[in-house]
Design a protein around this ligand. Structure first.
Ligand SMILES: Cc1cc2nc3c(=O)[nH]c(=O)nc-3n(C[C@H](O)[C@H](O)[C@H](O)COP(=O)(O)O)c2cc1C
Length: 296
C-alpha cells in the first residue's frame, strides 16, 4: 500500500490532508461522523487574542460556483481554545496548526507570543486577509512591505514554525510570497477566499458581502501554487476548491506539499476521509510509493 506520510515543517504527518481553517469548527463537531485523527493535521478556526463575535447573519450563501461566507472571524479566543479544546487533540495525538489573526500588528504578535511550543503544535498559520484597522481597513496581506514587517515581528516572538496564509486579492501573489519568505516564514498556505457579494434581485439589495470559496477557486489556487513554488523554496500548503481526490492530486502536481479542504465538507461531511482514501487508491494504482513522487 502507498505510504501517504509526508514531512512538513520538521514533523512527519501520517498523510498530507487537513481541513481548511474555519470550516470544521473546533474539531469536536465532526467526531460523531468520523475520527478526526484520520487527517494528517487539524487546522483551527481563526483565533484571536480576545474572543470575537463576528458578523450578524446571513453568514453563508450558496452560489452556483461556490459559497460566500461572512463569518467575520467569530471565535472564542486563543486562551479558551487551549483550555477547552486542546485536550481533545492531545487525547487524539493529532498535530494542530493554529490559524490566528489580529486587527493590528500588536494583536498578531501577542497572539503568537501566547502560544507555547508543544509537540503537537505543527505551526502557527497567520491569516493575512484580516483588515488592519490602523491602515484604514486594508488587509495585511496586500502589500509586500506590510507582510514582511508583520511576519518578521511574529517570527521574533515564537520558536514555532510560522506559515503565511495569503490572500489572492493582490496584483502579484509571488511578490507577497517572496516578502513572507524573506521575513522568515517557514511555509505558505495558498489561498484564502476571494471577496464577493450576492445581489438579491427580489429585494434589490446586496444580501451578503464576504469571501467566495469552493470549486471556482481551484484554478486560481493552482496557478498561485505553481508560480510561488518556482520562486520560493519553502513548503506550500494548497487550499481552494478541492472537492475530490482528483483535485487533490492536481494540487500536489502543481507543487503543494500538503492540502486543506474546506467548502467540500459543507456539501459532504465525509469529503475529507473520501479524499484520503481516493488519494491512496490512486497512488496504489499508479505504483507511486510516496507522495514525493507527485509533488511538483
Ligand atoms: C465558513 C468559512 C470560514 C472560514 N474561516 C477562515 C478563518 O477563520 N481563517 C482563515 O485563514 N481562513 C478561513 N476560511 C478560508 C478557508 O480556510 C479556505 O482558505 C477557503 O475557504 C478556500 O478553500 P475551500 O474552497 O476548500 O473552501 C474560511 C472559509 C469558510 C468557507
Amino acid at each position: 500500500m502507498a505510504d501517504l506520510a509526508v514531512g512538513l515543517l520538521g514533523k512527519v504527518l501520517k498523510n498530507p490532508v487537513m481541513n481548511a481553517s474555519g470550516t470544521m469548527g473546533y474539531g469536536v463537531e465532526i467526531e460523531p461522523l468520523w475520527g478526526i485523527e484520520k487527517m494528517g493535521a487539524y487546522v483551527t478556526k481563526g483565533l484571536s487574542l480576545k474572543p470575537h463575535h463576528g458578523n450578524p447573519p446571513p453568514r453563508v450563501f450558496e452560489e452556483k460556483c461556490g459559497m460566500i461566507n461572512s463569518i467575520g472571524l467569530h471565535n472564542i479566543g486563543i486562551e479558551a481554545f487551549f483550555n477547552v479544546y486542546m485536550p481533545f487533540f492531545k487525547k487524539k495525538d493529532l498535530p494542530v496548526i493554529i490559524n490566528f489573526f489580529g486587527f493590528s500588528e500588536d494583536e498578531y504578535v501577542e497572539c503568537a507570543r501566547y502560544i507555547k511550543p508543544h509537540r503537537l503544535i505543527l505551526a502557527l498559520e497567520a491569516n493575512l486577509s484580516c483588515p488592519n484597522i490602523k491602515a484604514g481597513g486594508i488587509s495585511f496581506g496586500k502589500e509586500p512591505e506590510s507582510v514582511y514587517r508583520l511576519i518578521k515581528k511574529i517570527k521574533s516572538v515564537t520558536e514555532i514554525p510560522v506559515i503565511a496564509k495569503l490572500t489572492p486579492e493582490v496584483t502579484d501573489i509571488v511578490s507577497i510570497a517572496i516578502a513572507a519568505y524573506e521575513a522568515g516564514a517557514d511555509g505558505l498556505t495558498l489561498i484564502n477566499t476571494v471577496p464577493a457579494i450576492h445581489v438579491d434581485i427580489e429585494n434589490r439589495n446586496i444580501s451578503i458581502r464576504g469571501g467566495l470559496s469552493g470549486p471556482l477557486l481551484k484554478p486560481i489556487a493552482l496557478k498561485a501554487i505553481r508560480d510561488c513554488s518556482e520562486k520560493v523554496p519553502i513548503p506550500i500548503i494548497g487550499v481552494g476548491g478541492i472537492m475530490d481526490w482528483e483535485d487533490c492530486v492536481a494540487f500536489f502536481m502543481a507543487g503543494a506539499r500538503a492540502v486543506q479542504v474546506g467548502t467540500a465538507t459543507f456539501l459532504d461531511p465525509y469529503a475529507i476521509p473520501k479524499i484520503i482514501d481516493g488519494l491512496r487508491n490512486y497512488m496504489d494504482k499508479k505504483g507511486y510509493s510516496s507522495i514525493n513522487n507527485i509533488i511538483g
